[in-house]
Write a protein that binds this ligand. Structure first.
Ligand code: HEM
Ligand code: HEM
Length: 464
């Protein structure tokens, strides 16, 4: 059955539509490349002879995977959707789609350069999620600054007095990423313990102050828009924004519990990790309560199930993160595969599902073309079953590793215990990548076909 809510409200000007779609399309290309590389990395862990070439060795494909899925897929999809959201909620066309397109090509250039250099073995050493050599980092920074400027100018030109809550999150993300990026590349933070502290700061704030901010910003637009009702509590949305800003920047050291990082800094990070429950549950609760009484809409829509799954993923996997930060749990889980499970529960179960829900919910409204609901359903179930298989298997592997290490057993005992779970991770990964191929076909089915018309008038409180 077709989704009745979706094509009824064609929207923004043609230039905004085109550039939004270009971002989503390129994000999809990097999703396919990045997760295929992730699959290769996964297979190598239980079949080490698979593709025995230097340029496809585990140490090279791992950063190629993480940089493409984080900076290529998740960032480009959320930036494209955010540019559309700032334009719609400000009731003006996007300020300079041309500049946004230039930024897109800078992203693509940096991503291609990153892929080639990492596979060739050219990198900055073990600087997780910032392995690219500095010229590529400069290109990426330029792209982020341009996109941020376009978003800011669009909001500044708004025809409404207030700044809608989505834009707080989106502009917040664009303000914070440059601070984070510059700090993490400062030459005097590249060695010793300072480097470790900055690594934790960079890794977790990239997650919390970039991906989370943009995903929540997009959700605060897409969910009320698709349900046709205002968000449950505007005030809770604003509380979530400020408490996210208060607690997130100080939790980075929870990556280095029991390390030589000062004990007080570790304790502060644990305390603030507990504080993180405020924004997490303010956001999850607020957005889930917006669905109250809307069960029928969720059943009829093919976009809303992705958004509901993403919200549940946000609440549960962040709570898991808080538990992981306690010393009593961390002593068993740190260095183990359990953290990899948490990474995928969050970046996939939360960020990626929100991005898909927003793409399926918003893109047909602006291009006037829908994918086949059956194909969307196939994508949903492949991705959900795939990620559950991945996360459950790899979390079990992590617990087995942790128990073996704490018991003082030899390392090989933990390898033997975890190995069957690595095979299950590959099985989950195959389902996930299969889902991504279906998603790519669905994006193609939603490509723009005609000039769009203005959005019809709207009930008070629902973003345009
Ligand atoms: C309340 C919120 C959260 C808390 C307290 C939390 C806590 C943690 C902790 C303690 C670790 C490190 C575990 C270890 O190495 O021993 C970790 C790792 C990680 N978290 Fe979270 N997490 C939260 C939410 C999130 C969210 C929302 C995302 C993604 C959007 C995320 C992504 C990651 C990633 C990718 C890693 C792995 C980093 C690495 O490469 O080592 N987390 N988290
Ligand atoms: C959009 C989808 C995905 C995202 C955002 C994502 C993200 C990540 C992140 C953040 C890490 C670093 C984890 C850490 O250090 O804690 C990672 C590692 C990894 N991912 Fe993914 N991933 C995705 C899909 C996949 C898929 C489909 C597979 C296939 C099985 C996969 C396999 C791996 C492997 C093997 C590693 C290395 C784990 C290790 O070092 O032990 N990922 N991914």
């Amino acid at each position: 059955m077709r989704d009745p809510g979706l094509v009824a409200a064609p929207s923004a000007d043609a230039a905004t539509v085109r550039v939004t779609f270009e971002y989503v399309s390129w994000a999809t290309v990097w999703l396919l490349v990045g997760t295929t590389i992730g699959l290769i990395a996964s297979i190598k862990l239980h079949w080490p002879e698979f593709l025995p070439y230097a340029w496809l060795s585990f140490g090279r494909v791992r950063p190629a995977h993480t940089s493409l899925v984080l900076l290529g897929w998740a960032s480009l999809a959320l930036v494209g959707l955010s540019l559309y959201v700032v334009s719609r909620t400000s009731r003006v066309p996007l300020w300079s789609p041309r500049l946004a397109r230039i930024a897109l090509w800078l992203w693509n250039l940096a991503l291609l350069g990153g892929l080639v250099t990492l596979l060739a073995g050219v990198n900055r050493g073990p600087q997780e999620y910032r392995e690219w050599v500095w010229p590529l980092a400069v290109i990426l920074a330029a792209a982020v600054l341009i996109d941020g400027y376009v978003a800011y100018r669009t909001v500044a030109a708004r025809t409404l007095p207030e700044v809608y809550v989505s834009n707080w999150y989106i502009l917040g993300g664009f303000c914070y990423l440059p601070i984070l990026y510059v700090t993490s590349y400062l030459p005097f933070y590249q060695a010793g313990l300072g480097n470790t502290v900055v690594a934790g700061y960079y890794m977790h704030n990239a997650m919390g102050m970039w991906f989370t901010q943009l995903a929540l910003g997009v959700s605060y637009y897409a969910i009320p828009r698709l349900l046709g009702r205002p968000v449950y509590s505007y005030a809770l949305g604003v509380l979530g924004f400020w408490t996210n800003l208060l607690f997130y920047p100080l939790i980075g050291a929870h990556h280095f519990i029991f390390s030589p990082v000062p004990w007080w800094l570790q304790s502060t990070a644990i305390l603030f990790s507990v504080g993180m429950m405020v924004p997490v549950w303010a956001g999850t609760g607020n957005l889930l309560l917006t669905f109250k009484g809307g069960g029928g809409a969720v059943r009829r829509s093919y976009a809303l199930p992705f958004l509901v799954t993403g919200l549940i993923g946000y609440g549960l996997s962040s709570t898991q993160g808080t538990i992981e930060a306690f010393r009593t749990a961390n002593v068993y889980l740190h260095f183990t595969n359990f953290t990899v499970g948490h990474s995928h529960a969050t970046m996939y179960g939360f960020i990626t599902f929100i991005a898909w829900g927003a793409v399926y919910g918003l893109v047909p409204r602006l291009t006037g073309r829908e994918p086949s609901p059956l194909a969307v359903g196939v994508h949903f179930w492949l991705a959900l079953v795939g990620v559950l298989t991945y996360v459950i298997a790899i979390s079990i592997a992590g617990i087995l590793q942790g128990l073996a290490w704490v018991a003082g057993q030899s390392f090989i005992v933990s390898v033997i215990a975890a190995e069957p779970m690595w095979l299950w991770r590959t099985i989950g990964g195959l389902l996930m990548v299969g889902g991504h191929v279906v998603f790519a076909a669905n994006v193609w089915a939603m490509r723009p076909q005609r000039a769009t018309v203005p959005t019809p008038p709207n009930a008070v409180g629902i973003p345009a």
